[in-house]
Design a protein. Sequence first.
Length: 415
Amino acid sequence: MVEQDELNGLPLEGRARYAVLGALQRARAVRPDWVDAASALEGASDDPGWPAALARVFEELGDDAALRAWEWGWMPREASSALKKSLSAEAARAGAVMMRGQLARYTEAQLSDRWIEHREELDAAAPFAGVAKAAAGLGRWDRIVLWAAVLEALDLLGGLPKLPRVEPLPGTPLIAHHLGVAESSRVYVKIRALLAKAESTDSDAEAEAFTAKAQQLIARHSINEALLSEAGQAKREPEALRVVIERPYELPKAELVAQIADANHCRSVYWPEGGFTTLIGDRGDLRSVELLYHSLLVQATAAMSRAGSVSAKRGGKSQTRSFRQSFLASFAMRIGERLRASADDTAREVAEETGTDLVPVMRQRDERVDARTRELFPRLKSGRSTRITNYEGHVAGLAAADAARLSAQEPIARR
């Protein structure tokens, strides 16, 4: 309970801040019941303006917590994922409300394209921009529920670890919106349309054809961008973005991202505790990897459901989880082989068409990406691949990846 004598003599909002900070400090020593803590805060004063004062304090602390997260390298998408994985649904929503409120303070000119994209996601996920708006008009019990959720979210946001920063902070002047240009280009419109068709069809042959064409366009676009950069017409340094890896089967999903990245001149660094992979590469390549990952994951999930709808049994114990884990791991491995083969085929075609030796051009791009990766992750170590424990899932995953092959060539010979 908040001691009344500790609050006497302070202005109303000062007392509210003192009370909230005290509740958060006690939570770091002993894990509280957040509803009890919120109820104590609500009842700490009989002043009619007390609920509004609490709302203002929570809003200020939410702004501070969100800004600290941005300064420590987090962006809304991965912060929201951390909230959802660790906290109640109410607390995750309260965290989104606080983050949305903080980003509402900036104009679009003060945000990079990725910040704008993340803010739009928060707008869809959070019903209000800031705690004060969320608390307006609520009755006593509903306020207590909100305070409890906000306390829980603040506790997590305040303890997020420091990450390498992958995007300029909101409010940074002279931000160039490169991604918006790429997104509006005809090549990305075509890539998106092809991948959407691959995801929506029930025909493996049609999905194969659509995805193959998309990968060919991606490879050609990457080569063209590299040639322009080498000629000095569009010099760009490697950048980074994060892809959230959703539960379940995170490790094989992260392996799928890694395989796609490797085939498209990007590097990937998976952090299991954070639940995301950091991609490093040219900005256009990063977007291509992200698009391919989400599309291939949809295709893999559909194929996995078809292949494993009936759980395998061994010794009376269900093998469904091991089947799916092995399926996705084998799918990722096989897709990586096919993507690299398709990219190599496209590179040979472009070299023949243009009479250009692409090897030194792409090598220089890869070297810049490797240097940027070492800069962001100086103590990086290679991780282990997913262990395959279910042979049926392994075979089904390989077959599904073969069905989603990405070029018109013959299937790659298995080693």
